[in-house]
Design a binder for this molecule. Structure first.
Ligand SMILES: Nc1ncnc2c1ncn2[C@@H]1O[C@H](COP(=O)(O)OP(=O)(O)OP(=O)(O)O)[C@@H](O)[C@H]1O
Length: 257
């Protein structure tokens, strides 16, 4: 029997309180180990999709299933356990700026501790070792005691990647991970995400604004427009004209013509 999907969206609709439809009846299965690139114009619903998957937003209708478990109505410990398997990478890095690189990376382990231990920073020796090794993987071990706000944007994003590696989730949601970075640094960060995908088998879902990066690093491309899926295909089978059409926000009919 085929593996169950790592992420499943079943008829998912998200309507914001002001009536804006963020997602409109989305159905998607994302398989384990995939590298999915989500593409669409500003306002298409990409961030809404990401935020719905780990339930930073509650959806209005439908169901989202993570590795066989519904996150839609999960509560308390069950929700925490599902979320532990979902790592986030943000455009703005989301590091604690005044803390050291090591402490930032160790926060990837917080979900594995009772609250009181993580509050008092009582991380085990093993976890400190894990954090250090993760920093080595992204070539940031020499900055382990630097303060996060002493680093460049690209370095901060690599620390965020080390944090997610230390968390050891099954899924990584990367919301415009390279939007604040120059082209060379962007490729470096994408290489690090590729490493998490290929060496650690993590399933990656990334919003990307760059066609070149989507083509080079994505395995599957999903186009979104007005909260709906307008294209879904393997990157290797998607011709350049179709890429251009998705990126320019064309309709489903125009893209698939
Ligand atoms: N908190 C909110 N309240 C009301 N409407 C919202 C909210 N967040 C997003 N929206 C609306 O939902 C739609 C989808 O927004 P979303 O942020 O998901 O788009 P996006 O594709 O990620 O855009 P961008 O590329 O600019 O980040 C837009 O019309 C947006 O204005």
């Amino acid at each position: 029997m085929a593996d169950k999907p790592m992420i499943q969206l079943k008829n998912v609709t998200k309507v914001y309180d002001n009536g804006t439809v963020g997602l409109n009846k989305i159905n998607l299965d994302i398989k384990k180990g995939d590298f999915v690139v989500i593409v669409g114009l500003s306002g298409a619903g990409k961030s809404t999709l990401m935020r719905s998957i780990n339930r930073l937003h509650d959806i209005t209708e439908g169901d989202i299933v993570i590795n066989g478990e519904s996150i839609t109505n999960a509560r308390g410990k069950a929700l925490r356990l599902i979320r532990r398997n979902i790592g986030m990478i943000f455009q703005s890095f989301n590091l604690v700026k005044r803390s050291s690189v090591l402490r930032n990376v160790l926060t990837g382990r917080v979900a594995y501790y009772p609250t009181w231990k993580s509050t008092f920073n009582l991380f085990s020796k093993e976890d400190k070792q894990k954090a250090y090794e993760a920093l080595q993987r992204v070539d940031m071990a020499d900055k382990v005691y630097s303060r996060a706000d002493e680093l460049s944007g690209g370095q901060q994003q690599r620390v965020a990647i080390a944090r997610v590696l230390t968390q050891n989730p099954k899924i990584i949601l990367a919301d415009e991970p390279t939007a604040s970075l120059d082209p060379k640094t962007s490729r470096r960060v994408m290489h690090d995400l590729k490493m998490l995908n290929e060496e650690f088998g993590m399933t990656v879902v990334a919003n990307l604004h760059s066609i070149e990066l989507a083509r080079e690093f994505g395995k599957r491309i999903i186009g979104i427009r007005a909260g709906e899926v307008v294209y879904d295909g393997a990157v290797e089978n998607t011709p350049q004209e179709v890429f251009d059409a998705i990126y320019s926000g064309k309709t489903k009919e125009e893209i698939n013509a």
